[in-house]
Design a binder for this molecule. Sequence first.
Ligand SMILES: *Cc1c(COP(=O)(O)O)cnc(C)c1O
Length: 371
Amino acid sequence: MSGFAGASPVPFLDLPAMNERLHAEVDQAWKDVLHHGRFVGGPEVDRFEEEFAAYCGTSSSIGVANGTDALELVLSGLGIGRGDEVIVPGNTFVATAEAVCAAGARPRFVDVLPGTLLIDPAAVAAAVTERTAAVMAVHLYGQMVDVAALEEVTRRHGLALLEDAAQAHGARYAGRRAGSVGVAAGFSFYPGKNLGAFGDGGAVTTSDPELARRIRSLANHGRSADRHRHDLRGRNSRLDTLQAAVLSAKLGLLDTDNAHRVRMSARYRSELPDHCRPLSVDPRAEAVHHLAVVQVSDRGRLTAALDRARVGWGVHYPIPCHRQPAFADCAPGSLPVTEAAADRILSLPMSATMTGEQVSLVCDVLRSAAP
Ligand SMILES: *Cc1c(COP(=O)(O)O)cnc(C)c1O
């Protein structure tokens, strides 16, 4: 991974440039918070939760401390824990499996589709056992999973369909937003995500009012409506008021930013040399291109050329989740598509403020490093 912040002609992600656009608005919002002094659960949190639920098309959203907690709270809120298995893709960030373990359940890793590198519905169907409680579908890289096929599998087996939407704020599948297709979803607002805070943050979305009430309580010490009565054994995982103010300001830019990512992705697709193959996009999906991932056969030579040109790049992820030492006790047999992809994937610069000329420059550098 190579960031080249500052003087790079094409940084991997230019957070200062993205945030500078909100300077005045955030400045005012933070002054308001300093003035009213409610730093946890203030009016900014209520406002953001309402706006984000409306944006995702759900009846509720609950602000929490980070995306990993959001996923864990979804599972705990549904009563999924000890003795249960949750099916997760091998190709994901470790947080997906961490959340399953933190809830007390066991991740059951399955393979992904070769074109999109997203969870394979047939592999899900083959992995169901009598212990399976849910499927955690990860909308990785900004593209939603094959929702139609997963809905069919989960309905047939009586499983909960859950979403890890940490990389897919605003993505759609057949017109439905990420965060609204499953029983509940977890979002991350880590600074580099399509909707990012100035620190950690996360949210759960759901249209089940009883589940929303339970998750809100679990995230706030198990409190009931009477704040001194604790019906559940909960924890502290709340969204800070200052972060909620940032997120409300940024939510107003999300569709514009995502549309820009779509244009940059199209330009990559038309200018990339043949030895860099972009991932396929399901025609039913409207991806928001959190990452611009290509598959290559000689990654070392290409990353050396990008380094020489001072162009940022990354690999998401070089060690598949099911091969991480931390999950050795839940390792499946081999997941051939995930494992082959780990050696071939390369993430190119992508952000809401990069220019078409920068995309062309990256493509020129990659072309000059042809095999
Ligand atoms: C970022 C991310 C998470 C975790 O979010 P945090 O806010 O960092 O806890 C979970 N799943 C995926 C796929 C992610 O990219």
